[in-house]
Design a protein around this ligand. Structure first.
Ligand SMILES: Cc1cc2nc3c(=O)[nH]c(=O)nc-3n(C[C@H](O)[C@H](O)[C@H](O)COP(=O)(O)OP(=O)(O)OC[C@H]3O[C@@H](n4cnc5c(N)ncnc54)[C@H](O)[C@@H]3O)c2cc1C
Length: 356
C-alpha cells in the first residue's frame, strides 16, 4: 500500500526470508504440488516425495480478480504484487480530475483494514498533490458500514465524512464493464468511475484445492483453538489458509504459529499440554494525516473502538522495522509482553507435588 499510495520503492519494503531460518532447520525452496495428510507425504513440483511426522500448512491466500467478470481488466489493486501497486502510483501521477472508486470487490480478503487504509492514504495523496478539489472519492463495500466491525466503523465513518469521502454500502459486486467504466452489483445498482482500485476477493492456495484439503473456496477446515487441521492430530494450519473466523493478517499468522509449534512440542515430548489460540487480533490501521489505530479483539472480546493517534502511527512504523529482527527469537519477549496471553495452556497430566 505504501508503494501504491505513498510512492515508496518496492526494494524498501521487501525482506529476505532465508536469513531468518535457524541453522538446525533444513530449508527446501521448492513448489509443493500435492499434500497427502493420510499418507503423511508432500510431493514437490520436481517430483520429490517428503515424508513427515508433523506438518504445519501455511500456504496463505490468493487474490482472485478473475472470479468477478471484468474486474481484472478494469481495476487496479494493491493486493497482488508490488508491480501492481506501482501501477496505482503511476496512475495517480497521471490523474488530473474525476471520480475515483476504491473498495471491496469480495470477501474474505487479507488485512481487513487495507481498503479503508487505502482510501485514507489516497485522500492524503490527493490533498498533498493539490488535486483533491478536482477529485470525487467513493468507498464501496458489501458490508452495511465502512468498516466491518461496528466499533471501528464508528471511528472511520466520521473521518470519511470530514474528508468528503462518499460511502456506498451493501454493494455486492457482480461484474465490471471496463469500456463503460461501470460497476454492477448483485442488488441491481450501477456505479460509474474514472479510476478504479478494488481489493479482489481471495481464495485458498491452488495446492490446497488440488489436494482436496479445502472447503469450496479452498480454506482449510481448522480447529480455531488448537490450530489442528480438523480430523488430523499431526497436521496444523496457520495464517491466511485457514477457515477460522479471524482476520487474515500477519499478526494472526504469527500468534497461531506459536500455538501450533507448542502443540507439536507437547506431543513429541509427551507433556500432556494442549495450547489454545485466544483469537487475539491486532491489525495496524493507517488513518491518514500521519495517524494510525489498531483493530484489537479476540474470540471472547469483540473489537473495541480505538481512535487514531500520532503515537500509534509511530508504533506501527516502528514495529515494521523491528519485526523481522524479532523473528530470530531474540525479541520474542517484547512481542509476548505486548500481546499478553494469546496461547492458553491446558494440562491433561496431573501436577506432581513433592512430599518433601
Ligand atoms: C496491502 C496489505 C497490507 C497488509 N498489512 C498488514 C499489516 O499491517 N499487518 C498484518 O499483520 N498483516 C497485514 N497484511 C496481511 C498479511 O500480509 C497476510 O495476512 C500474511 O502475509 C499471511 O501470512 P501467511 O503466512 O498465512 O501467508 P503468506 O504470507 O501469503 O505466505 C504463504 C506462502 O506460501 C507459499 N505457497 C503457497 N502455495 C505454495 C506451494 N504450492 N508451494 C510452495 N509454497 C507455496 C506462498 O508462495 C507464500 O510464500 C497486509 C496484506 C496486504 C495485501
Amino acid at each position: 500500500m505504501e508503494v501504491a499510495l505513498e510512492g515508496k520503492k518496492p526494494d524498501s519494503i521487501i525482506r529476505e526470508e532465508r536469513p531468518l531460518v535457524d541453522k538446525n532447520v533444513t530449508y527446501i525452496e521448492n513448489s509443493v504440488d500435492m499434500i497427502d495428510l493420510n499418507q503423511r507425504v508432500v510431493f514437490t513440483a520436481d517430483g520429490k516425495k517428503l515424508a513427515y511426522d508433523y506438518i504445519i500448512l501455511a500456504t496463505g491466500s490468493v487474490p482472485d480478480p478473475d472470479s468477478i467478470a471484468g474486474l481484472r481488466a478494469a481495476s487496479l489493486n494493491f493486493h497482488t504484487s508490488t508491480e501492481d501497486s506501482l501501477k496505482i502510483w503511476d496512475a495517480l501521477q497521471q490523474f488530473r480530475k474525476g471520480h475515483i472508486v476504491l473498495g471491496i470487490a469480495g470477501v474474505p480478503h487479507k488485512c481487513p483494514p487495507s481498503p479503508n487504509e487505502g482510501t485514507f492514504l489516497l485522500d492524503d495523496y490527493l490533498r498533498k498533490s493539490g488535486k483533491r478539489d478536482d477529485a470525487k472519492i467513493t468507498f464501496v463495500t458489501p458490508y452495511p458500514r465502512p468498516y466491518p466491525a461496528e466499533a471501528m466503523s464508528k471511528v472511520v465513518e466520521p473521518l470519511f465524512q470530514k474528508r468528503g469521502i462518499d460511502v456506498v454500502t451493501f454493494f455486492n459486486l457482480e461484474s465490471v464493464d471496463p469500456t463503460k467504466k461501470e460497476l454492477y452489483s448483485l442488488e441491481g445498482d450501477t456505479l460509474s468511475y474514472d479510476l478504479l482500485i478494488m481489493v479482489p476477493p481471495h481464495r485458498g492456495a491452488d495446492v490446497i484445492i488440488k489436494s482436496g484439503l479445502g472447503d469450496k473456496d479452498g480454506w482449510i477446515p481448522t480447529d480455531k483453538y488448537t490450530m489442528n487441521v480438523k480430523g488430523y492430530d499431526n497436521a496444523y494450519a496457520i495464517g491466511d489458509c485457514t477457515d477460522i473466523p479471524v482476520s487474515k493478517t500477519g499478526v494472526t499468522a504469527h500468534l497461531e504459529a506459536k500455538v501450533a509449534a507448542n502443540n507439536i512440542i507437547s506431543s513429541i515430548e509427551n507433556l500432556g499440554q494442549t495450547h489454545k489460540y485466544t483469537g487475539r487480533i491486532n491489525c495496524p490501521f493507517e488513518m491518514g494525516s500521519g495517524k494510525a489505530a489498531f483493530v484489537v479483539g479476540s474470540y471472547e472480546k469483540p473489537v473495541k473502538e480505538i481512535h487514531p493517534s500520532r503515537i500509534r502511527h509511530v508504533m506501527k512504523r516502528g514495529f515494521e522495522r523491528i519485526y523481522w529482527r524479532s523473528l530470530t527469537g531474540n525479541l520474542d519477549w517484547l512481542l509476548d509482553t505486548y500481546f499478553g496471553a494469546t496461547d492458553i495452556v491446558e494440562n491433561s497430566k496431573p501436577t506432581v507435588v513433592s512430599s518433601k
